[in-house]
Design a protein around this ligand. Structure first.
Ligand code: SAH
Length: 232
């Protein structure tokens, strides 16, 4: 059942189905580890196929990732970064998360699946920026923070001409309005968001897109305490 949902969902997005066995194995490892640590609230395989894998699959359906250096900020159990890597193997991927146990799990998955060019990094985005400023073509992130906070965590990591793609629910008008100022202070430009439904469902989602148009001033990102207390 999960396999069918995945195959149909990918095919509807015109994405190759070669990745399906790897996605199924990833789910097997995730469901097993989820028994002993908190990785996801989703336990039903069909729900996982839709809400984790096919939701992540929206990214390569909407943007050309081929050969790009990609960072997934606050990847948790690997979403959207790992499905993206499985579906578009040419990317060079960094999975970044502040929780060590989650990063350890991701390393196990990458090894099990034999994925090349994936780095699993334990750390906070605002600290990671010190060494990896403008080191990526694309940053992606799902379910980590509000847009003004996310912009400060992610835009410093993207090179000029690159993009930051934030996966959001459709209910983000207020956040979008609030983010405009932050995005321009950080050297970005807010593009028109793309609304879509998760493939094979009627669940609406929104991709918020920021293009990096100039270098981020060196004073950003600030410490997380400052970002949180006083979002741009
Ligand atoms: N992106 C995943 C996980 C969302 S949960 C998904 O959509 O399923 C949010 C994750 O972001 C947590 O794992 C948390 O550890 C991480 N996180 C929150 N703030 C962070 C920061 N500043 N730097 C890196 N990771 C962060």
């Amino acid at each position: 059942m999960m396999e069918t949902v995945l195959r149909q969902g990918l095919s509807a997005l015109s994405l190759p189905e070669e990745g399906v066995p790897a996605l199924l194995r990833y789910w097997e490892l995730l469901a097993e580890k989820n028994q002993v640590m908190n990785l996801t609230a989703i336990t039903d395989p069909v729900d996982a196929a839709r809400l984790h894998f096919l939701d992540s699959a929206a990214l390569p359906a909407l943007e050309d990732f081929r050969g790009k250096r990609v960072v997934d900020v606050g990847t948790g159990a690997g979403f959207p970064g790992l499905p993206l890597k499985i579906l578009e193997p040419s990317i060079r991927l960094t999975l970044l998360d502040a929780q060590r146990k989650r990063v350890d799990f991701l390393r196990e998955v990458c090894e099990d699946l034999g994925l090349a060019d994936v780095e699993c990094v334990h750390g906070r985005a605002e600290a990671f920026a010190a060494d990896h400023r403008e080191g990526f073509d694309i940053a992606v992130s799902r379910a980590v923070a509000s847009l003004p906070v996310l912009a400060e965590l992610c835009l410093p990591l993207v090179n000029v001409g690159g993009r930051f793609l934030a996966m959001k629910s459709v209910d983000t008008e207020e956040e979008l309005n609030a983010a405009g100022r932050a995005v321009s202070l950080l050297g970005g430009r807010l593009e028109k968001p793309i609304d879509y439904v998760i493939s094979g469902t009627d669940i609406p989602r929104r991709l918020v897109i920021m293009t990096k148009i100039s270098e981020t001033p060196k004073k950003y990102p600030r410490t997380f305490a400052k970002i949180k207390k006083n979002p741009l």
